[in-house]
Design a protein around this ligand. Structure first.
Ligand SMILES: [Zn+2]
Ligand SMILES: [Zn+2]
Length: 425
């Protein structure tokens, strides 16, 4: 045999045995987002590299070292990048298609693969999947609260173990510049106690120091001045309103004044939903308000708020029994050539009527019954020479071990449990 080709490192096949879990999660998301009136948007998996440089920021790990970037071909030989996240792409589409001319807010959601060059580990891959929402065109705190509630409702509907909402405000253009200087001055006084990254961040992006996970940096971070203590009145009011909305629907949260986003376009609300079950990587969902991004990407000043959620991590938390087994109603068994053709026709007819059935793979009867059991079928429908001659089928309830003979035209009703009695044998 020739050498096998295997999937690239950091990617994963979602095999049939797991696909049901994905479909379950996606189905719940779609249904929930419909009730909240969010519309799906599908943007390309690759975009101009420039979009991410501007939309995520040059000094971030993502842009600095995690992007899959390549040159286009022929006339279009500029630089492209596989999307490492999707807010930038959604905002690009929002601006390009002038969605800001439509009534605000635009409430959008997306789902799909993202790509980052990272060291693969549990729950972290180079191709991974995110679900996200973006509410664009309103600065009202009710939308900050709504997107958080969408996320907590979603996680609750999936039956996930208790997760904690952590909430903070990162201020705005009024109060953050002064805080930034205040923080920078503090960090400059502690350079020896910081990791190399944080020494660089002190100069080009001091807020990001607060995100550092290196143990050495923690004492300095713990003692650093917080943005929360330096908010202007507008930001404090906004935060109080968000909290009031959350309390109104019983969503509990914890203030975490160490929670920040290092990018300038983030304003006011930031939040994470965290789990204690994933070790150090405990963030399931992360989001916030980004009033500056649309303008940064060439659109009119447009307030917006949203979140992204990693589906691989979510699936790790999903209880094994959370997903209903696929429902095969019946396995159709034809015994003999003519009966097999009749079985094929019957299966086709039942499927046209919306029933999930499959054809047996043939062989000895006990083998066929084993197949029915393995597929989780509720019934076996048996067609042999005798049945064929009489225009009937045997319908066997595999759990109750009861069998009845029904005319072919009544098989559907029998499978739906609508035919009571019948000839038991
Ligand atoms: Zn550090
Ligand atoms: Zn402020």
């Amino acid at each position: 045999m020739a050498n096998q080709v295997t999937a690239p490192k950091g990617t994963k096949d979602i095999m049939p045995a797991e696909a049901g879990r994905w479909q379950h999660v996606e189905g719940i998301a779609r249904e929930l987002l419909r009730t909240y009136r969010y519309d799906e948007i599908r943007t390309p998996v690759f975009e101009s590299t420039d979009l991410f440089q501007r939309g995520i920021g040059e000094n971030t790990d993502i842009v600095g070292k995690e992007m899959y970037t390549f040159l286009g071909k022929g006339e279009d030989a500029s630089s492209f990048t596989l999307r490492p996240e999707n807010t930038a792409g959604v905002v690009r589409a929002y601006v390009q298609h002038k969605l800001y001319t439509l009534p605000a807010p635009q409430k959008l959601w997306y789902i799909g693969p993202m790509f980052r060059y990272e060291k693969p580990q549990a729950g972290r891959q180079r191709q991974f999947h995110q679900l996200g929402v973006e509410v664009m065109g309103s600065a009202s705190p009710r939308w900050d609260a709504e997107v958080i509630v969408v996320a907590t409702d979603f996680l609750a509907r999936l039956g996930l173990p208790a997760l904690e909402v952590q909430l903070n405000s990162v201020g705005d253009e009024n109060c953050r510049p002064a805080y930034r200087e205040h923080l920078q001055a503090y960090l400059r006084g502690h350079q020896d106690e910081l990791c190399e990254n944080c020494r660089t961040r002190t100069e080009n992006n001091p807020l990001r120091v607060l995100d550092c996970k290196v143990p050495k940096c923690q004492p300095v971070i713990q003692a650093a001045p917080t943005i929360t203590a330096n908010l202007c009145e507008g930001c404090r009011d906004h935060q109080a309103e968000v909290e009031g909305y959350l309390a109104a629907v019983g969503v509990t949260f914890k203030r975490n004044d160490r929670l920040v986003r290092g990018l300038d376009y983030y304003t006011r609300t930031v939040f994470e939903i965290v789990s204690g079950d994933l070790g150090a990587q405990n963030t399931v969902c992360a989001g916030g308000r980004y009033n500056g991004l649309v303008e940064e990407l060439g659109g009119p000043a447009t307030p917006a708020v949203g979140w992204g959620l990693g589906l691989e991590r979510l699936l790790m938390l999903l209880p094994a029994d959370a997903v209903p087994a696929p429902g095969l109603i019946a396995l159709i068994m034809g015994v003999g050539n003519a009966a097999e053709r009749q079985a094929f026709q019957l299966a086709h007819e039942l499927r046209r009527q919306g029933l999930a059935v499959d054809l047996s793979n043939g062989g000895k009867m006990d083998k066929q019954f084993k197949q029915a059991e393995r597929l989780g079928a509720r019934y076996a429908v048996i067609l042999g020479e005798d049945e064929l001659a009489k225009g009937v089928a045997q319908v066997k309830d595999l759990a109750a071990r009861a069998q009845q003979t029904v005319p072919l035209s009544d098989v559907k009703d029998a499978l739906m449990g609508a035919v009571a009695g019948g000839k038991q044998s």
